[in-house]
Design a protein around this ligand. Structure first.
Ligand SMILES: Cc1cc2nc3c(=O)[nH]c(=O)nc-3n(C[C@H](O)[C@H](O)[C@H](O)COP(=O)(O)OP(=O)(O)OC[C@H]3O[C@@H](n4cnc5c(N)ncnc54)[C@H](O)[C@@H]3O)c2cc1C
Length: 415
């Protein structure tokens, strides 16, 4: 049986960083990936553009985006933070740019350029990589792990790093194997759930606006007349509902609220102006089209594709002259712009989830090293840990930071 200092299981961003940095610190490293190539999920990140990190460079503010678990991330962020990530890619000739919401993307390239940088990093660091190799079982002597059984044979090592990701987008290879092994070796698991998911709506008209991108809007989540969450930004309709960053970021609250009863969304298409001011704008618009038919009056106020829907929902006769639109009709139209109500019928599952929330409990990991508190030669990295952030590059940064820390910690234990 071939022996290594460190075996890393899972060739996603976290596993690649763990393996590469461990090897750079002098360890003999084997990286095992079940797909034909590393980073399958990476290729679909950021709609194919890969939002590699967020421009929030202050570790405290960055970690605050992860809620009450965020503090646990601080050591990893101080070890390898946002600026290190940016330097890592730029030093390897992939320049980056910052977009809306601090999202950091490749300036010219896309996700496959990020994948190429990572491929080069693994080979230049001297990592031995076996792809199309599924790890099936971990062996232990009762106290420590000793070897892994895989579809390509058995390998032994002094230290092991599990970075097998979560359960979302199972077609990318994420089938929760790491969760199973963690539980079997005595770690507590915070129940994994699909997170950052689009929501389904009861309204049957969303398909006609499929992929229409709405920018600079505000969406509130309401239950029993109480606003549970509110976000400003971007969203788009899907065939069965609505998605996009602001919906994904509120999806956990929506999922929890649905367990208590019905939930609705209120879309404000004109959040920069008050209802009173927008009413004046509507009046001006109708007056300027006074002798024209109503259906021709909304082009300055709405994306073209949305106009037929608004005419239908307003119940104003499309052939009516604008000067004869009544105050009651205008007020209904106004409420569509400022408070378009949508009824949520459910949230998507793992097939469409950007990440999996929950995972290996932070209490069972020494977050200063990423070492397990239950098995002394085992380390964890990436999405499989109970850390889930919002959209905007936060989740990949978790992989870079925890992958780096797990890699150098395992390397210093094995030398
Ligand atoms: C559509 C989509 C878009 C996203 N966009 C962004 C974005 O723009 N920015 C951002 O920050 N985050 C984004 N994310 C989230 C981000 O992709 C994940 O957080 C990240 O990939 C997790 O990395 P990881 O290394 O922990 O796990 P993964 O990337 O899931 O990698 C785990 C690897 O382990 C392998 N593996 C699993 N089991 C075994 C086994 N038994 N044997 C061998 N190998 C195994 C898998 O094949 C896989 O390659 C997106 C996610 C999705 C689904």
């Amino acid at each position: 049986m071939k022996n290594y200092d460190i075996i890393v299981i899972g060739g996603g961003p976290a596993g690649i960083f763990a393996a590469g940095f461990a090897a750079q610190h002098g360890a003999k490293v084997l990286l095992l990936e079940k797909n034909r190539r590393c980073g399958a999920k990476l290729l679909i990140t950021g709609k194919g553009w890969c939002n590699v990190t967020n421009s929030e460079t202050d570790p405290r503010r960055f970690s605050a985006a992860f809620g009450h678990n965020g503090k646990a991330l601080l050591t990893a962020l101080y070890a390898f933070g946002v600026e290190d990530t940016i330097r890592f890619f730029e030093q390897r000739s992939l320049s980056l740019k910052i977009e809306r919401g601090g999202r950091v993307f490749p300036e010219k390239g896309n996700a496959s350029d990020v994948q190429k940088v990572l491929d080069r990093f693994i080979s230049e660091s001297g990592v031995e990589l076996i792809t199309s190799c599924s790890v099936q079982k971990l062996h232990s002597n009762g106290e420590m792990l000793t070897s892994v059984e895989t579809s390509s044979g058995q390998f032994s090592a002094h230290q092991f790093i599990i970075a097998t990701g979560g359960l979302s987008y199972p077609a990318t290879g994420c089938t929760g194997d790491g969760y199973r092994w963690a539980e079997q070796s005595g770690h507590r698991l915070v129940t994994p759930e699909p997170a950052l998911v689009p929501v389904h709506l009861a309204e049957n008209w969303t398909a006609e606006l499929c992929d229409l991108n709405l920018k600079n809007i505000e969406i509130s989540v309401r239950q029993n007349n109480r606003i549970l969450a509110k976000r400003f930004g971007e969203a788009f309709f899907t065939r069965t509902g609505i998605g996009g960053p602001i919906i994904l970021d509120m999806s956990a609250q929506i999922r929890d609220a649905l367990k208590q009863g019905s939930v609705e969304l209120l879309i404000d298409l004109k959040p920069a102006v008050t209802t009173e001011l927008f009413d004046k704008r509507l009046q001006r618009e109708l007056a300027s089209h006074s002798n024209k038919v109503f259906r021709k009056s909304l082009s300055n106020l709405l994306p073209k594709d949305m106009i037929p829907l608004f005419i239908r929902l307003s119940e104003i006769d499309p052939e009516k002259k604008c000067h004869s639109v009544t105050k009651v009709e205008r007020s209904k139209l106004l409420s569509l712009f400022k408070e378009l109500r949508l009824n949520i019928s459910g949230v998507d599952g793992y097939k469409k989830a950007i990440i999996t929330s929950g995972g290996v409990a932070l209490q069972d990991i020494d977050m200063r090293t990423m070492r397990s508190k239950k098995v002394s030669n085992l380390f964890f990295a990436g999405e499989m840990i109970d850390l889930d952030g919002p959209t905007g590059g936060y989740n990949l940064q978790v992989c870079w930071s925890t992958g780096y820390l797990a890699g150098i910690s395992a390397a210093s234990s094995s030398l």
